[in-house]
Write a protein that binds this ligand. Structure first.
Ligand SMILES: Cc1ncc(COP(=O)(O)O)c(C=O)c1O
Length: 352
């Protein structure tokens, strides 16, 4: 607290990011990063961009990257917006598209940055409880509201929504913006991007942090029809004209074009997820059905905080949330098979 703070600062509840450890040798399964990568072509492009040209500002319109993303979705470059991680794209979306007369709706168990943005931008919100199986029930979103945001697959549960259900919500809510946050869609979700053509109220947000192994580069994007994208551009150009630096633009473009790397590594992660889920169930865990690069699991015989603490003392990091209903769950990012085996060995020991 300080008398120098602007009034709004007193009412903020900042997001708490997962631990980025300073000591080495930890098995890091706590922030849903990729255990692989990134594409060697991305590294090559970044090193090429590390040149005398760094004295120049980057392209404020990120033209080449937006064109490449648009092309792969059959869209126009001006239907794509890029930002410094999808967190920044989300922030601009909350400010530019989700502040209306009615409350913004999102699940009670979801990405915990959403309520943080609402407080930052003064957006009224209502959290809709997920059901007993931790599923988002879209019927509960058919109520008066200002806008809707849903991650698909949801985080931290990993549970995906069928595209037909998303489309029926879009059809029912033509006067509200519906944002689908697809940070994890490449690991088995059904993307709403093909619906962008048909629904002027739909914005889809994705990231290169997870399935492209580029969490450290900070690149995310949104796709939607021109009026929605224009709102994001207006917010961005009132905030920071150059959210992506020259290295990020070069690396993201090369990573995006390396389809082969992308397909191979997402398949590896999905296979490891299936293997890890089966092994956890054998250890007695309840594991929610995941379409993401993480699992959400709890053990009936162990309190979540104790389990997470015992793993940490064995140099294995997983994420745990203290919110009601999920305090005993661990969110476990999918590592390499070797990392997953270390986790399973440690859990076997702890549960003995
Ligand atoms: C649901 C969801 N959306 C968005 C993000 C932000 O990702 P980034 O800012 O790295 O693109 C995350 C990060 O973990 C997430 O879980």
């Amino acid at each position: 607290m300080s008398r120098f703070w602007s009034p709004i600062v007193h009412s903020l509840t900042p997001y708490v990011a997962g631990e980025q450890p300073v000591i080495s040798g930890l098995v890091k399964l706590n922030t849903n990063e990729s255990p692989y990568g990134p594409s060697p072509l991305a590294l090559e492009a970044i090193s090429q961009a590390t040149a005398d040209t760094l004295r120049l500002y980057p392209d404020p319109t990120a033209r080449d990257l937006r064109a490449a993303i648009a092309e792969s979705f059959g869209l126009d470059a001006n239907e794509v917006f890029v930002g410094n991680g999808s967190d920044e794209v989300l922030a601009h979306t909350f400010q530019g598209l989700l502040n209306h007369d009615g409350p913004l709706l999102f699940p009670d168990i979801t990405y915990s940055f959403y309520p943080t943005y609402c407080r930052l931008y003064g957006i009224a919100f209502q959290q809709i409880p997920v059901d007993g199986e931790m599923r988002v029930r879209l019927d509960d979103y058919r109520r008066p509201c200002g806008a809707i945001i849903l991650p698909n697959p949801n985080a931290p549960t990993g549970i995906g929504l069928p595209l037909a259900e998303v489309e029926s919500l879009l059809r029912d809510r033509p006067d509200q913006v519906v944002v689908i946050d697809e940070a994890y869609v490449d690991f088995g979700g059904e993307s709403a991007v093909p619906l962008v053509r048909h629904y002027p109220n739909l914005l889809v947000i994705q990231t290169l942090s997870k399935s492209r192994g580029l969490a450290g580069l900070r690149v995310g994007f949104a796709v939607g029809q021109r009026p929605l994208i224009e709102a994001l551009e207006r917010v961005k150009d009132s905030f920071n004209s150059y959210p992506l630096d020259r290295l990020a633009l070069a690396g993201a473009l090369a990573a995006w074009k390396d389809r082969e790397w992308f397909e191979r590594h997402r398949e590896l992660i999905v296979a490891s997820r299936q293997r890890l889920a089966a092994a956890l169930r054998e250890l007695g865990f309840e594991v929610l059905p995941s379409s993401a690069n993480f699992l959400f699991a709890r053990h009936p015989g162990k309190v979540g905080a104790v389990l997470a603490g015992e793993l940490r003392s064995r140099k294995i990091l997983v994420r745990r949330f203290s919110a009601a209903r999920i305090e005993d769950f661990l969110r476990i990012s999918i590592g390499t098979d070797e990392e997953c085996d270390r986790l399973l060995a440690a859990l076997g020991e702890i549960l003995q």
